[in-house]
Design a protein around this ligand. Sequence first.
Ligand SMILES: *[C@@H]1O[C@H](CO)[C@@H](O)[C@H](O)[C@H]1NC(C)=O
Ligand SMILES: *[C@@H]1O[C@H](CO)[C@@H](O)[C@H](O)[C@H]1NC(C)=O
Ligand SMILES: *[C@@H]1O[C@H](CO)[C@@H](O)[C@H](O)[C@H]1NC(C)=O
Ligand SMILES: *[C@@H]1O[C@H](CO)[C@@H](O)[C@H](O)[C@H]1NC(C)=O
Length: 178
Amino acid sequence: MRNTLILAAFLSFLLNLKISDSVIFKMTNVECLSHNKSWVRINTCRLKAINRFKVVFNFNATLFYPTPDIKVTYRFFKKENGYKPWLINVEIDSCRFLKKPYNAVGIMVYNFFRNFTNANHTCPLYDELIVKNMYLTTEPFKGLPWPTGEYLFSLRWKFFGKPQFDTNVSFQFVEDLL
Ligand SMILES: *[C@@H]1O[C@H](CO)[C@@H](O)[C@H](O)[C@H]1NC(C)=O
Ligand SMILES: *[C@@H]1O[C@H](CO)[C@@H](O)[C@H](O)[C@H]1NC(C)=O
Ligand SMILES: *[C@@H]1O[C@H](CO)[C@@H](O)[C@H](O)[C@H]1NC(C)=O
Ligand SMILES: *[C@@H]1O[C@H](CO)[C@@H](O)[C@H](O)[C@H]1NC(C)=O
């Protein structure tokens, strides 16, 4: 009886391992650019490989003024002979969103970051904007059938309607390796 239980536990462990190993989902590059260095200074924008499957993102920017009007354009590109615009192109009113999440794409994107960022309170955002050791998991997709491929996720941050900085994250999603 005891051996059976141990065997069952071991098998379910292997099975879980197999399921979580059947996806590669990792960032491959990041680029950040301030368009207005008197408002936004990018201190850190860097990936670090932890192992073959896990890459973490660290971001640190200083916003020199309290910023109560923030809109971010989210655009996805998919690589097919160069990056081509892919389905998602949406502008999120971040200050409205931080009060009350209101857009499905916004919610998905925020779910990737929420555990890793200090932007988890209502506006204004001020001083340090941090993303710490963020990595990708498939959880925010919530069953969305995301196609295998190489992607670029581009975020353009506007304050009072004017572009202030960009964060571009490239990532790879590969399903069913086995
Ligand atoms: C750049 O930042 C300054 C504040 O340091 C602001 O007054 C100015 O409007 C910004 N420029 C643009 C184009 O948004
Ligand atoms: C962010 O960068 C600034 C300037 O380099 C630094 O003083 C600060 O400690 C950094 N914050 C974190 C949380 O690493
Ligand atoms: C965020 O943290 C919560 C609570 O620890 C956890 O349940 C959830 O899976 C995490 N989400 C992501 C995307 O890492
Ligand atoms: C917001 O983020 C900070 C820094 O990461 C963390 O200490 C704090 O617990 C978070 N607050 C909420 C409400 O999640």
